[in-house]
Design a protein around this ligand. Sequence first.
Ligand code: DGY
Length: 352
Amino acid sequence: MEKRASALDTLRSLGVPHIETELEEETMADATSGKPTVLVTRRLPDAVHDRLMRDYDARLNPEDRLYTKDALIRAAEGADAILPCHTEHFTEEVFASLPKSVRIIANFSVGYDHVDVAAAKKHGVVVTNTPEVLSDATAETTILLMLGAARRAGEGERLVRSGGWKDWSPAFMVGRAVTGKRLGILGMGRVGQAVADLARAFRMEIHYHNRARLSPDKEQGAVWHDSLNDMLPHCDFLSLHCNVTEETRGIMNAARFALLPDGAVLVNAARGAVVDDDALVDALESGKLFAAGIDAYNNEPNVDKRLIALDNTFLLPHVGSANRETRDAMGFRALDNLDAFFAGREPGDRVA
Ligand code: DGY
């Protein structure tokens, strides 16, 4: 009962009354069942929620509101694990303040740039992610961005919806072809390879830059460039699929945009941090880039207003993995990692 009282105090201190009532019953269970307690920061798909509730004592966020840093730390009081998304940030400061009871952060995401991995290791917290299960969904979104940007889909949609479409002519809304063009992929991991597979249906010539060259069965005729700068002049389309590291942060800067062929198309379904927004806006305004298709931004969800103002951007709200099958699979993968950890096994997707 002591645990229950302290958990409810924590919830009250969040100052979010709706959480208190909805969580009270679950927190009761948490005090009595002996199951590990998991703080779940965002609303999960139904099937994942059901499995979570069967196997864990969960602290939920039914209204799916973004936690502040302080509220997250308070809500974790007494929890054994946190199941967050990329919307929560685990910096050194957060790790230093997290209750010592928290032993694992099982992310609902493949990207984990929102977690300071060195700080996690220092504080003895295990970190996992959800690779593989979202590669196809993200590749689909990448092709959507590529087509949307090249064929001016956003502009066309806005025109029709606004009632501004008045006429047709051979010169009307002319975009760029995708079929048969050269596609450069920065980061040829699982998502990059899935994008290459789909792009082959458009008879695209695939180039890639990756630290290591792929084996011929994975490469499937794609051209490896051992330096990004060498690849860029060959990219009618450039699609970014690298992780955010100190090396890749802002990697697409003004000097690198200048190396692309005139009228290239940039696609980013990875993370905004790999692009320098000032350089991107300049390249779009000058026509160096014909267009950009973007699903991931710096400072999400506050998208740079200059990108919103431009007609030659096709913008999605970070929905790369957003289909039901994929979101279920991501949640199950996060739970698999928790299950392994609490059964005393090494979680399959441990990154720290
Ligand atoms: C991922 O899994 O990294 C997606 O971007 C959603 O966070």
